[in-house]
Design a protein around this ligand. Structure first.
Ligand code: ATP
Ligand code: MG
Length: 413
């Protein structure tokens, strides 16, 4: 018998499988994002099987590159470069034989899964038969708890997938399946992590960065660009609004005493971000605030910030401490960018001891001295939009709330 091994990338999802009624919709987003993540690495065809997706890598010259891209696709629980064979025991054995050929491993286990009940052998029987097959060929032993090599065998009606190394994906839900949010992105450590966590919850994230050019150098904008560039790896296309905030701050400084300025700035940021969010159809704002981390992040001051706008303000880091956030930023590769020295707009005209408990009347009284609509207008009209794309050709996600259509030629077993 000639063995026909066909390389592929096998993708498992977890949370999507729990979505009984809406699973097909989430899967359409996931497939669409897998297409976008690999658009420049063709030919990659995404095929749906019960409970898993497969990227067909037959003839693909760069399977490792495809794998790397898919580790950034939200909704993917784990992924593995696998071989596909016909679901017949001699073909499965031949594929396992090919996998262990010339390899030395002091222990192993077979982890077989039967994705349908009518296959003539149970998973236990498959494990046993393949285990014996391996033991006849390699000097090794079975270790079920801590094997040096795990051979996974997933048997579907017509095809079987065989692989050894499996990697975790980001998990969560596919980008865009939950809608759009606007992230307030400073150059700090926290806000990029907050934005990423919303991507992982299925959000398409648009970014707004407030800068104080010409009062401060352009470094904060460069950091914001570098951060968005990095985060685009998880959503493939991003929009960044660079908003001039220096003039607005000057106005605030003229009439608001130093301790109250941080909250007044933040409220102005919320109003401007909200106006931009309405233009793009976003349904919430996101910040990197964490309770108690700095003076502007007390419960009272967060409440004052919330009251400035109508949209919900999501704060995915609210219960995390700085160490946890920094560890996450390290894993994302944003921390190096964030820690580069730069003066944030909020370091400009900010006192050493900001007010920690501002009352609603106090903020209102101070804002009455400002021409808020005019200040918001300065920010919104002065905003400069930049776009980021990775990989080239991924293109923007359709803004429509409808899930992408099922691709032509889609098939399932
Ligand atoms: P980060 O590390 O994200 O800057 P932080 O701990 O320094 O957070 P603050 O400086 O108080 O906290 O900012 C709180 C949040 O306000 C930030 O996480 C971010 O979402 C938003 N923010 C602050 N400054 C800016 C800015 N210049 N542009 C856009 N958003 C900002
Ligand atoms: Mg900051």
């Amino acid at each position: 018998m000639t063995l026909r091994l066909r390389p592929c990338l096998l993708v498992h999802y977890h949370e999507i499988s729990l979505k009984a009624g809406h699973r097909p919709m989430f899967l359409r987003y996931l497939r669409h994002n897998l297409d976008r993540a690999t658009v420049d690495l063709q030919p990659v065809r995404v095929v749906q099987f019960p409970g898993r997706l497969m990227l067909d890598l037959e003839g693909n010259p760069t399977p490792e590159a495809v794998k790397e891209r898919v580790t950034h696709v939200c909704g993917v629980a784990n992924l593995a470069l696998a071989q596909r064979v016909a679901s017949q025991m001699d073909a499965i054995k031949a594929a396992v034989g090919r996998m262990i050929e010339g390899r030395q491993f002091e222990s192993f286990r077979i982890t077989a899964r039967r994705a349908f009940q009518t296959y003539p052998l149970t998973s236990v029987e498959i494990n046993r038969e393949l285990g014996t097959f391996v033991l006849e060929r390699v000097k090794t032993r079975v270790d079920l708890t801590n094997p040096a090599l795990t051979i996974h065998v997933e048997v579907l009606p017509n095809e079987t997938f065989i692989y050894s190394d499996r990697e975790p994906g980001p998990g969560g839900l596919p980008v865009a399946s939950s809608g759009t949010v606007v992230s307030l992105l400073s150059g700090g450590i926290d806000s990029p992590v907050a934005a990423w966590r919303m991507m992982k919850r299925g959000c398409r994230v648009e970014f707004v960065h407030f800068h104080s050019v010409p009062y401060l150098p352009v470094t904060s904008q460069q950091k914001a660009r570098a951060l968005v560039d990095r985060l685009t790896q998880w959503q493939f296309f991003s929009r960044l609004y660079l908003v001039p905030f220096g003039e607005i701050q000057r106005e605030v400084v003229l009439s608001v005493p130093p301790p109250a300025r941080v909250v007044v700035y933040r409220r102005l940021m919320v109003r401007i971000a909200e106006a931009l969010a309405r233009q793009t159809g976003a349904q919430a704002l996101v910040t990197g605030e964490s309770l108690g981390q700095v003076a502007s992040q007390t419960l009272q001051n967060l409440a004052r910030i919330d009251e400035a706008g109508m949209l919900p303000i999501l704060r995915p880091l609210i219960g995390m401490d700085k160490q946890e956030i920094t560890a996450q930023a390290q894993a994302l590769g944003t921390v190096e960018i964030s820690v580069a020295p730069a003066q944030d707009c909020c370091t400009l005209f900010v006192p050493k001891h900001p007010a920690t408990r501002m009352a609603p009347e106090e903020v209102q009284g101070l804002e009455e001295r400002l021409n808020l609509p005019a200040l918001v207008k300065v920010g919104v009209e002065g905003a400069v939009l930049e776009t980021f794309e990775f990989p080239k050709g991924a293109g923007p996600f359709p803004v429509s709330r409808r899930a992408p259509a099922a691709p032509e030629g889609s098939r399932s077993q």
